[in-house]
Design a protein around this ligand. Structure first.
Ligand code: BDR
Ligand code: CA
Length: 325
């Protein structure tokens, strides 16, 4: 696939947002990547895979396939951590299928992973950056980011913001009654990130469950005449099958693309500065994000919590960006 030259010209860096993406594709991670890989607003320094929805061997192959489908083989790709900091890996093939990006064809694209470990890549990028320069989008467990912050805490000031998918407050959990999947997998990693003192914009289930696909929304993507949009429609149809039963809905929540949509069009989301702590000790509520939404404590604010979204604007943006491939 992709014998064409990479689509680089549009993406040359002039006043663009320097960005690192850390993800565990996952169909919804894939849609997030499709938006980011076609966004001239970003200076995308690299994509790092982490173990999560499926094991690392699959997520690292998936980022290669997804970059190849988008003909963005110019973006460096890295493999990261293969298990959570302190816990065994739990995967979610029951949601995402065996490969994570079902029903796409799995193949070995020409584009390879960089030899450097993803954590070392992030550390090097921060080392060479100015203070407040680098935006990190994280749509899987926080393992890689927490490892960076533990190994090089002095570099945290180079991070402008962390835009993450994870957590749940009003909505309750999707993997236990209390916890959202990404946080449940590696709560100790999120704890490190929450304590790092950098601006965090969090898109948890409270908002992602308002961004639901539907047959009409998928049909609008299916109608676009390009292979990336067709791959997106294929994955959405697959992804919908599990969540539409679970939530008795017409489709599935598009969790991870909320992060990139926020960077492109922040005004479509409602955010509130809150204090947030993550439960580490209880077996019952492991990974619960205790967000002090009503300010009932005097804990300092450490997170901007997304609580509402204009879903029509979201799907217009998604469809528009997919149409531009
Ligand atoms: C999150 O978990 C994964 O299943 C999705 O990719 C998303 O990042 C939703 O809970
Ligand atoms: Ca994900």
């Amino acid at each position: 696939m992709s014998l064409k030259a990479p689509r680089q010209a549009k993406f040359k860096a002039i006043n663009k947002m320097p960005l690192i993406i850390d993800c565990d594709p996952g169909q919804d991670d894939a849609l997030m990547l499709f938006m980011a890989l076609n966004a001239p607003e970003f200076d995308l320094r690299g994509i790092v895979a982490v173990a999560g929805n499926v094991p690392l061997a699959a997520t690292e192959l998936n980022i290669r396939i997804l970059a190849d489908i988008c003909n963005r083989t110019d973006v460096p790709l890295y493999s990261g951590c293969e298990k959570p900091l302190q816990r065994s890996l739990i995967t979610a093939e029951y949601v995402h299928g065996k490969t994570g990006i079902d029903p796409l064809e799995i193949y070995q694209p020409q584009v390879q992973l960089q030899a450097q470990h993803g954590v070392d890549f992030i550390i090097d990028t921060l080392t060479n950056a100015a203070d407040n320069e680098i935006t990190i989008v994280a749509t899987g467990p926080m393992t890689n980011i927490a490892t960076v912050l533990s190994r090089a805490p002095q570099l945290s000031v180079r991070i402008k913001q962390i835009v993450m998918m994870g957590g749940a407050m009003f909505e309750g959990g999707n993997v236990t009654p209390s916890a959202e999947f990404n946080v449940y997998l590696d709560p100790e990693a999120l704890d490190i990130v929450l304590k790092a003192g950098r601006p965090i914009y969090a898109f948890g289930l409270d908002v992602t469950h308002k961004v639901m696909s539907s047959p009409k929304r998928v049909a609008a993507i299916r109608a676009l005449d390009n292979p990336v949009a067709q791959a997106a429609a294929d994955m959405l149809e697959f992804f919908d099958r599990y969540d539409s039963q679970k939530y008795a809905s017409e489709g599935a929540p598009l969790h991870d693309p909320c992060t990139v949509a926020f960077l492109l069009q922040p005004e479509m989301f409602k955010m509130k500065a809150c204090a947030c702590q993550v439960e580490l000790n209880s077996e019952l509520t492991r990974g619960h994000t205790a967000v002090d939404f009503w300010q009932v404590t005097d804990q300092p604010h450490n997170i901007h919590w997304a609580h509402d979204v204009n879903a029509e604007e979201f799907f217009t943006l998604l469809t528009d960006r997919l149409s531009d491939y």
